[in-house]
Design a protein around this ligand. Structure first.
Ligand code: MLT
Ligand code: ZN
Length: 485
């Protein structure tokens, strides 16, 4: 990499590919693209390009590979591990897919939708609904996150329990390689055993192997019956037992089972407009239960009633509410989806995105709480998330002190120390340190601690085979020793 950065003549050549109206160079315009939602990374970049077609993306990458210019792909900028942020103090050019936001085709018979990499997730939902189909990926950021980023991070969200994560929701891809070549893998097949699965390499690669410019996504029938309930519980053990009961009673109709602690509900009620305490009294834990049925509305009603009745009878549920309208269903989900942002006004928050086998969640939480509170007395543990698939956002807000603002930086400086408590525990329970957010910059240097040497070696060899010049989102996911990456 040229440490002085690309010369003005080279920047002009990049700009000419997309046209002057689709280039940002003013620091004011670039500023929002240099930071990510958690404020952990502040990158630098001389230029942001907004190509309008796959051919323009290919022309940018061809020039980048010929000139050794690093490129960072960016979609909705909602990633949580700094994968979309240019390197601090570097000269990476940002390639934004925001203009490539079309739904290319919808086929309700084959149950597929083809979208540009820059299509907004909520627009994909609407296009599927318009033909009475469902695209099930469901995330708090769905109004701004984009399909290319969802695929590149193998996004999970709240419906993984029933539908799987982005990897399971994709049939084919179109990718621009670091060399500028275009791989047209927009196949619509459910069965295709023809050699190595290239698609699966790009999904979850966080833009380090190529740029996803188009995708074939799987659609599902729209549910006929839909019920949402919130239950107040005494413990995570009771939440696990309720999950088991729900799985037995509902089978594949159980489409969401989320866990929230009292402190998370308090943060959300305090800091989110329109969110109210969902139940009369406070409860140590809350579960949000979502049931979707394909035969009739009555089946979903009977299931939720029976689940709550049995939960009360078994002493698992202390109180519960069933949403009686679409508006109430949305309000309950809004509370859950606001929990991430509601932690921001509470000072520093050291975050984790762990997963363990579902049956181990209570034991992991008990062990982690004990160890974290020993290290940071007064820490406010806000562990919430997708109990149904074993993914918990084990977040820890700073203790309440007289001067929270002043103490925030000192608290956040302990991030690695706290990770070093929580991550080995997750691993000891057979878990992962990044369930759905990815590796990016945040966990890059931890990857070698948790993947075997042969896995690390294979990943480096794959990176070098696809991107020998080291220009494709450098510094993210895998470190390449000696290559400055
Ligand atoms: C969520 O489930 O709300 C997100 O993954 C966000 C988070 O970890 O804060
Ligand atoms: Zn999540």
């Amino acid at each position: 990499m040229d440490i002085s950065g690309p010369k003005p003549e080279l920047l002009d050549r990049f700009a000419a590919i997309v046209g002057a109206n689709h280039v940002l160079t003013d620091p004011k315009d670039l500023a929002p693209h240099l930071v990510e939602g958690r404020g952990l990374y502040k990158g630098s970049s001389p230029m942001l390009l907004k190509p309008g077609s796959t051919a323009e993306v290919a022309a940018i990458m061809k020039l980048a590979s010929e000139t050794g210019t690093p490129i960072v792909p960016q979609t909705g900028n909602t990633g949580m591990v700094g994968g979309q942020t240019p390197r601090t103090g570097g000269h990476d050019i940002i390639l934004s897919l925001e203009r490539m936001n079309r739904i290319r085709d919808v086929d309700p018979v084959a149950n597929v939708l083809v979208a540009d990499g820059g299509a907004i997730l909520a627009d994909v939902h609407k296009a599927a609904e318009a033909v009475n189909r469902l695209f099930p990926l469901s995330l708090g950021s769905e109004g701004s996150c984009r399909i290319g980023g969802n695929l590149s991070t193998n996004a999970g969200g709240t419906a993984v329990l029933a539908y799987g994560n982005m990897r399971q929701l994709c049939l084919g891809l179109e990718v621009v390689l670091p060399t500028g070549e275009i791989w047209d893998g927009l196949r619509r097949l459910k069965k295709d055993n023809t050699g190595y699965d290239l698609r699966d390499l790009f999904i979850g690669a966080e833009g380090t192997l190529g740029i996803i410019t188009g995708a074939v996504l799987k659609l599902f029938p729209q549910p006929v019956g839909h019920q949402v309930a919130m239950a107040g519980l005494n413990s995570t053990e009771d939440a696990l037992k309720l999950f088991e009961l729900a799985s037995n009673l509902c089978g594949t109709a159980l489409t969401g089972f989320e866990l929230m602690p009292r402190i998370g509900v308090e943060f959300t009620v305090r800091h989110t407009d329109g969110v109210r305490d969902p139940l009369e009294g406070p409860h140590a834990w809350y579960t949000l239960i979502d049931i979707s049925t394909s035969d009739s509305a009555e089946t979903a009603e009977a299931m939720i009633q029976s689940l709550l009745e049995q939960g009360f009878e078994n002493g698992l549920i202390q109180d519960a509410v069933i949403a009686s309208s679409l508006q109430q269903q949305r309000a309950l989900w809004n509370m859950r989806e606001s929990m991430s942002d509601a932690q921001k006004p509470e000072g520093g928050s050291i975050k984790h995105d762990i997963s363990v086998p579902v049956s181990k969640v209570p034991a992991f939480m008990a062990a982690a709480d004990k160890a974290v509170l020993e290290a940071i007395p007064g820490a406010r543990i806000c562990a919430f998330g997708h109990l149904g698939d074993g993914n918990i956002h084990y977040n820890i807000s700073q203790p309440v002190t007289a001067d929270m603002g002043a103490d925030k930086a000192a608290y956040l400086a302990r991030w690695r120390e706290v990770n070093a408590i929580v991550h080995p525990l997750a691993i000891s329970f057979g878990g992962s340190i990044s369930a759905e957010h990815g590796i990016g910059q945040l966990k890059r240097d931890e990857l070698a601690d948790i993947r075997t040497p042969i896995e690390m070696d294979l990943m480096r060899r794959i990176k070098q085979a696809f991107d020998p010049a080291g220009i494709m989102n450098p510094g993210k996911v895998v470190a390449i020793p000696g290559a400055g990456l």
